[in-house]
Design a protein around this ligand. Structure first.
Ligand SMILES: [Zn+2]
Length: 430
């Protein structure tokens, strides 16, 4: 549960990890009413409340650059407040919210609405503005005014920008404001109503398949546009080996491009699907094990820059529809670290590296310079137990929605507490 940190708090005996400089800081951290006062070796004041972080890694708060909080319009699925709580419980202190709300965030007023509503929440929320008016893919939004109002990127996520000319203009305009353009890469003519990955399995299930090229064809187009305009694009939720291959080739040319992968595409494949579990229906779909391994390799060699959840809440009623009609998406903030850490450590990554992909790597995509553990800064801290084995259950879900195929999965590694300014989530405080 959330509690408030008052007075002096000492985070001691932990391994303090700074992913931005890839270094371990020896000592402790002193907080005073949620502000960082001392880091390293110092003499703590008397009457300090001590949090024993023995065996834990004290890291910056996690950052998710891709989440759907459904406000305004579908507050029955998630609000900024419930989404913030879901994030906070999962270790996140910063979340970028996608603009495919109802109405979409396609104006400076709508960006201001989010920031005003989010001002008192325990975590920092950063709105992403739409690329096109009403997300119709035709006319560009007032990008400059949205950025001035506080938009940190533009995206029509949920919907791809099908028109290449519109995408080109978006990338050209966005360059002036030094923000990334994030296009949901999907050629909808090629995906053709497919509800799962196109493969022998989709044939066996008798479900319409979405081929991997529906993503890579669009990724290729966007990479070409980025090269041609010398622009800044970020590719969300990469799901296929083909896309990883293309991004790797274009990165070698030195372009200003970045990419993200979700915990579920790293950890689940079409083989974990049953035609009845609509909670595993997601866009882009869970792909083959070969794709999954290519995504892991992509992270390991720097082709993919960070991990982002694509947290997408839906009501039980909607997810109770049959596989063809149920909406795409799953929640992911509460399970993100556990799933990503379990899969990546098993693949040979170090816990510190996983932390880097979920903090510094994400911040760099947004052009943020983090100052982890900066003296005088409000605390943004996650306390991580890399060894804890736990089972993810419904009781861990703080989101207003419940659509997670991860329920029941066993994880290794967990964020045990999160601190954001004066707010604390976790069980370590007694
Ligand atoms: Zn998307």
């Amino acid at each position: 549960m959330i509690s408030t940190l008052k007075g002096s708090i000492l985070l001691e005996n932990g391994t303090i990890y700074d992913p931005c400089n890839n270094k371990i800081i020896k000592g402790a951290i002193l907080l005073q009413n949620g502000i960082i006062k001392e880091v390293g070796k110092f003499t703590p004041p008397k009457n300090v409340k001590r949090i024993n972080c023995q065996g834990k890694i004290v890291a910056p708060g996690l950052i998710d650059i891709h989440a759907h909080f459904r406000e305004p319009g579908r507050e029955d699925k998630e609000t900024l407040a419930t989404g913030a709580l879901a994030a906070f419980s999962g270790g996140f202190t910063r979340v970028c919210v996608m603009p495919n709300t109802n109405p979409p965030l396609d104006s400076p007023e709508s960006i201001r609405f989010i920031l005003e509503k989010a001002a008192d929440l325990p975590i920092h929320i950063f709105p992403i503005g739409a690329i096109t008016q009403r997300q119709e893919g035709l006319e560009l939004t007032e990008i400059g005014e949205m950025v001035q109002a506080g938009a940190v990127a533009i995206s029509d996520d949920g919907l791809p920008v099908q028109n290449g000319q519109v995408m080109r203009y978006a990338v050209e305009y966005a360059q002036k404001f030094k923000i990334p353009v994030i296009n949901h890469a999907e050629d909808t003519y090629l995906s053709n109503g497919g509800v799962m990955n196109e493969s022998a399995l989709s044939t066996q299930f008798g479900l319409p398949g979405n081929p991997d090229i529906s993503e890579s064809v669009m990724v290729h187009r966007d990479l070409e546009i980025a090269e041609f305009t010398n622009g800044r694009i970020h590719i969300p939720h990469v799901s296929t080996a083909r896309s990883v291959h293309l991004i790797r080739q274009y990165k070698k040319k030195g372009l200003n491009i970045t990419a993200e992968v979700t915990p579920h595409h790293l950890g689940l494949s079409e083989n974990t699907l049953s035609q009845f579990d609509t909670n595993a229906k997601v866009a882009p779909p869970l792909r083959t094990d070969k794709d999954r391994k290519a995504l892991i390799d992509g992270l390991m060699d720097g082709t993919i820059d960070c991990i982002a959840t694509d947290h997408a809440p839906h009501t039980i009623e909607e997810k109770e529809m049959d596989f063809i009609h149920a909406p795409c998406g799953m929640i992911g903030l509460e399970s993100a670290f556990g799933l990503a850490h379990t899969v990546l450590v098993e693949a040979g990554a170090k816990t510190e590296q996983v932390i880097q992909w979920m903090t510094d790597g994400a911040a760099r995509v947004m052009g943020w310079e983090l100052n982890p553990f900066g003296i005088g800064c409000p605390a943004e801290i996650s306390i991580i137990d890399p060894k804890e084995k736990w089972q993810f259950t419904e009781s861990h879900i703080q989101s207003r929605s419940r659509n997670s195929p991860m329920v029941g999965m066993a994880f290794k590694g967990r964020v045990v507490s999160t601190i954001s300014g004066k707010y604390f989530f976790g069980k370590q405080l007694d």
